[in-house]
Design a protein around this ligand. Structure first.
Ligand SMILES: Nc1ncnc2c1ncn2[C@@H]1O[C@H](COP(=O)(O)OP(=O)(O)O)[C@@H](O)[C@H]1O
Ligand SMILES: [Mg+2]
Length: 364
């Protein structure tokens, strides 16, 4: 996208209604050549609709779709040069694995020997060479999805579209296939757009994430950017875990009240005293047990309500002072847990590091 070359996919002002339902509101974004982009958002936010518009399976009410500079807005799917994989495997049940993978090539009248060579190459790449003569019903879900991937990329399309390709699989297979899809995508250098509602999937696989909510793009950024610098309270809550505290801007600029506490937050736009705000901090950003001689803002005493052991770390639920005061989630690795003496009922000295305490204009 930085070069003079046109984007692999460029969407401009895409809007879509279904009767009274607004599925997409003027979505504009670009996907670079060879990039892996995830559309991430809760169910019903318009991810599939946007992917189907790119594919030409659905027609937008407004806006244009370009692929490598070519306006494809009005073209049928077969003239758009992409491969697609859906959540349900959608393989041809009466064709062998090899014939499924070779299907797109056969319909393009590619010579038999070339089809066989390409099928063998792709089956090796997805680790299914020995299953070439099986039928879909004789494969596991993960294997069927590998076949669907191989089938989608066999004709060497310019673009790979994936709609929740891992959602129907077991947790273990899903995690393994994340890495495999990513490796295949890198290997082929194919521009890829994947729809998912799973933030972990998007964080681990995408070069850039498009976070969507109610048909609107809330943020476009790298996984690191969306995690560390969420552009809105919605993104802050949807990507990763986040503690959100209802707050009110103080007289002191840069400070806000949360119940009886006054906390300094990250620098941001000045807000009149009394403005309702939301403060947000991640569970792993809360400091436990800062030495008392250290001069720091935002020291807070909290009581440990529960300790959940999660293997590599423990997740504490902490009650801030005050009756029915807010609770915070705090993640501690094993050693830190022991050092802090974090048992249920114990009092802990916390620091809500101001630089970690993000501020959003919306109240919670
Ligand atoms: N063919 C359709 N007819 C009517 N409403 C639809 C149709 N497809 C999607 N919608 C609606 O559009 C919105 C976005 O749907 P969708 O793109 O499938 O969301 P997502 O993939 O993010 O779960 C939802 O409110 C959904 O009910
Ligand atoms: Mg969907």
């Amino acid at each position: 996208m930085t070069s003079g070359r046109p984007a692999a996919v460029a969407l401009d002002g895409i809007a879509k209604r279904f009767g009274a339902v607004v599925a997409l509101e003027r979505v504009t974004l670009e996907v670079g050549d060879g990039e892996f982009v995830c559309f991430l958002g809760p169910s019903g936010c318009g991810k599939t609709t946007l992917l189907r518009i790119i594919a030409g399976l659905e027609r937008q009410n407004l806006g244009t779709v370009r692929m490598a500079g070519r306006d494809v807005s009005g073209l049928p799917p077969r003239e758009r040069n992409y491969g697609i994989v859906f959540q349900s495997y959608a393989l041809f049940p009466n064709l062998t694995v090899a014939r499924n993978v070779g299907y797109g090539l056969a319909t393009r009248r590619v010579p038999r020997e070339r089809i066989a060579a390409r099928v063998d190459e792709l089956l090796a790449l997805v680790g299914l060479a020995r299953h070439r003569d099986r039928y879909p019903a004789q494969l596991s879900g993960g294997e069927q999805q590998r076949v669907a991937l191989a089938r989608a990329v066999a004709p060497s399309p310019a673009l790979l579209l994936l709609d929740e390709p891992l959602s129907a699989l077991d947790a273990r297979v899903r995690v393994a296939l994340r890495a495999e899809i990513k490796a295949l995508q890198r290997r082929l250098g194919i521009t890829t757009i994947m729809v998912t509602h799973d933030q972990e999937e998007a964080l681990t696989m995408a070069d850039r994430i498009v976070v969507m909510n109610h048909g609107v793009v809330e943020q476009i950024g790298t996984p690191f950017q969306t995690y560390t610098e969420p552009a809105s309270l919605f993104v802050a809550r949807f990507v990763g875990r986040m503690n959100v505290l209802a707050a009110v801007a103080s007289e002191r600029p840069g400070w806000a009240r949360v119940g009886r506490l006054e906390l300094r937050h990250r620098a941001g736009a000045a807000r009149p005293a009394g403005t309702r705000l939301a403060l947000a901090i991640r569970p792993e950003e809360i400091r436990v047990g800062a030495p008392t001689h250290e001069a720091v803002d935002n020291r807070v005493a909290a009581r440990v309500v529960t300790v959940q052991f999660l293997g590599a770390f423990a997740r504490l639920s902490l009650a801030l002072p005050g009756d029915g005061g807010p609770e915070l989630e705090c993640d501690l690795a094993g050693d830190a847990l022991a050092d802090a003496g974090a048992k249920e009922g114990a009092e802990l000295a916390l620091v809500l590091t101001p630089e970690a305490l993000r501020v959003f204009p919306e109240p919670t």
